[in-house]
Design a protein around this ligand. Structure first.
Ligand SMILES: *[C@@H]1O[C@H](CO)[C@@H](O)[C@H](O)[C@H]1NC(C)=O
Ligand SMILES: *[C@@H]1O[C@H](CO)[C@@H](O)[C@H](O)[C@H]1NC(C)=O
Ligand SMILES: *[C@@H]1O[C@H](CO)[C@@H](O)[C@H](O)[C@H]1NC(C)=O
Ligand SMILES: *[C@@H]1O[C@H](CO)[C@@H](O)[C@H](O)[C@H]1NC(C)=O
Length: 481
């Protein structure tokens, strides 16, 4: 699926004294050696070390990887890293920037740039040896129909996709059931709706930025994927439960899309292969050799696409655990099953890879530039328009993928990057003070980002633009080669 990255001398793993100490609740479920607040679970301090992968006492570092078929789920306690359902801004936890609470400044929210990954779903990657459990998606209707752009024109029948298998078809997908791979699941839709309701409570009801009805100061975009489009429908229904009309979801032409690796750029794959040939990358493969061999033979997953990164195993296990299913067993031997301990090592390895792709690899700046630089440039332009008093929107909401959220967090210098999980979200808030100065705050899954630039809680907007700009390529066409 989405592979990327790089980072470098900016890296700092110092325990950061600047952390926001709002969520002081200790996580009781975590091993006693780790006394973590919910926010801490996002930032394992030794994530850049391969010992993080092999040390089984770390478990999930407080992370949650289990959800029932139906949602919404809500983390426990709220704010914890949760692969199935990342926390988002909610009125229960939401507080104003510290500068406003302390009264050193008075201000109002004037712009919101909200990015999110789609909600939970079935997997991209079906086990090559076959899946021992069926996936059911009859409880979801993925709508797909088209009509003219006027209410007086033809109104189409709201058709939806119904996936089935025909026994006369000699080709089998290796998995039974009624899903496409991937597709949004019922829990994902329910989570999305709650996500939207919570955004309304904060940014509409409380802060007055999101209007009561969609108007020309709001703007939506997605990738060309059905997953992100389905999320948009669910989330925006939560924002505007009574709105009757349709809304435009902007998309670029797939072949040049600046999200989800749309445009083709040979420097993406060449940079990836270079960062995957370092001694450190090889070390992460050697510390996981035994695990990979065991999983490979149990699940028929011995090809290099399954063995060379943890992307496929993680994706497969996460989708099962996040939609009310069990970890897989071998199709030919029902007592050979993936244990939770194996899955946890897979998840730690996946987290290590994401941190390496977007924070610590030797080519990280270039990798972010070639994969995400144009999109980061679009965000910078919108923030610049706000800075210049020329913005044509107040609220932009864009539905993307883990492979977009990761590099953006990398460009912000996040202190540690675990895999950006289902519905993970970044809120770029712009505040205007009484003196007409503009400040930014950047929330990751509801809390100010802990970064190498400090906690991004109250940063002059021009400084935030300055943090992002080095990742916007001057000439992407020549950089891509
Ligand atoms: C991880 O980060 C720490 C702190 O910056 C650094 O000292 C250490 O060398 C890094 N380890 C690896 C394997 O990159
Ligand atoms: C494993 O992790 C635990 C918990 O973080 C830590 O206390 C222990 O020192 C680690 N062991 C090794 C060998 O790194
Ligand atoms: C799928 O269902 C068919 C018919 O019940 C069964 O023969 C087959 O073994 C199942 N396949 C898997 C991978 O479970
Ligand atoms: C089935 O798996 C179990 C557990 O891994 C193992 O002990 C057993 O030998 C396997 N049976 C066969 C026939 O391979």
């Amino acid at each position: 699926m989405f592979i990327f990255t790089s980072l470098r001398d900016t890296w700092s793993l110092l325990p950061q004294p600047l952390f926001n100490m709002r969520g002081l609740t200790l996580l009781s479920a975590v091993s006693p050696v780790l006394a973590l607040t919910p926010g801490d679970t996002f930032y394992p301090p030794n994530l850049n070390d391969t010992a993080y992968i092999s040390n089984s006492t770390i478990g999930t570092y407080g992370g949650i990887y289990k959800a029932p078929t139906n949602g919404p789920t809500a983390g426990d306690p709220y704010g914890t890293y949760d692969y199935c359902f990342m926390p988002h801004p909610r009125s229960e936890e939401y507080t104003l920037p510290e500068a406003l609470i302390k009264g050193s400044a008075k201000g109002k929210l004037v712009y919101l740039e909200y990015l999110q990954r789609h909600q939970r779903r079935s997997p991209y990657n079906i086990l090559p040896g076959g899946e021992n459990q069926a996936y059911e998606c009859d409880n979801v209707r993925p709508y797909l129909y088209a009509g003219p752009n006027s209410a007086s024109g033809i109104q189409p029948v709201p058709m939806y996709a119904q996936t089935y298998q025909d026994p006369s078809n000699p080709f089998t997908p290796g998995v039974n059931g009624t899903c496409q791979y991937p597709q949004i699941t019922i829990g994902g839709i329910q989570d999305g709706y709650q996500h939207g309701k919570d955004l309304w409570a904060v940014y509409g009801k409380k802060l007055g930025l999101i209007p009561k009805k969609p108007n020309d100061r709001v703007w939506f975009r997605s990738s060309d994927s059905a997953l992100t489009q389905a999320s948009a429908g669910a989330v925006l229904r939560g924002v505007w439960p009574d709105y009757k009309g349709a809304l435009p979801l902007h998309q670029m032409v797939t072949s040049v899309d600046t999200v989800n690796e749309g445009y083709s750029c040979s420097a993406v794959s060449s940079t990836l292969s270079s960062l995957q040939s370092t001694a450190l990358w090889k070390e992460h493969l050697s510390v996981t050799a035994e695990l990979r061999t065991k999983l490979g033979s149990m699940l028929g997953a011995t090809s290099s696409s399954w063995q060379s990164t943890f992307d496929h195993f993680s994706d497969n296990f996460q989708a099962r655990l996040c939609n009310g299913y069990e970890l897989p067993c071998s199709v030919s031997n029902s007592s050979a099953c993936v244990t939770m301990q194996m899955a946890e090592e897979v998840f730690r390895a996946g987290d290590w890879e994401w941190n390496y792709y977007w924070r610590t690899n030797p080519d990280v700046v270039k990798y972010i530039q070639v994969v995400e630089g144009l999109f980061i440039g679009e965000i910078v332009s919108r923030l610049q328009a706000v800075q210049d008093g020329k913005s044509s929107v107040d609220y932009s909401h864009i539905f993307v993928h883990d492979g977009d959220i990761g590099p953006i967090l990398g460009s912000l210098g996040i202190a540690a990057l675990r895999w950006p999980a289902m519905a993970s979200n970044i809120a770029f808030e712009v505040w205007e003070t009484e003196e007409k100065s503009l400040y930014a705050r950047v929330l990751y899954s509801g809390q100010p980002v802990r970064s190498i630039h400090g906690v991004l809680d109250w940063v002059p907007l021009s400084d935030l633009i300055g943090i992002l700009k080095p990742y916007v390529p001057e000439d992407i066409v020549s950089l891509c080669g």
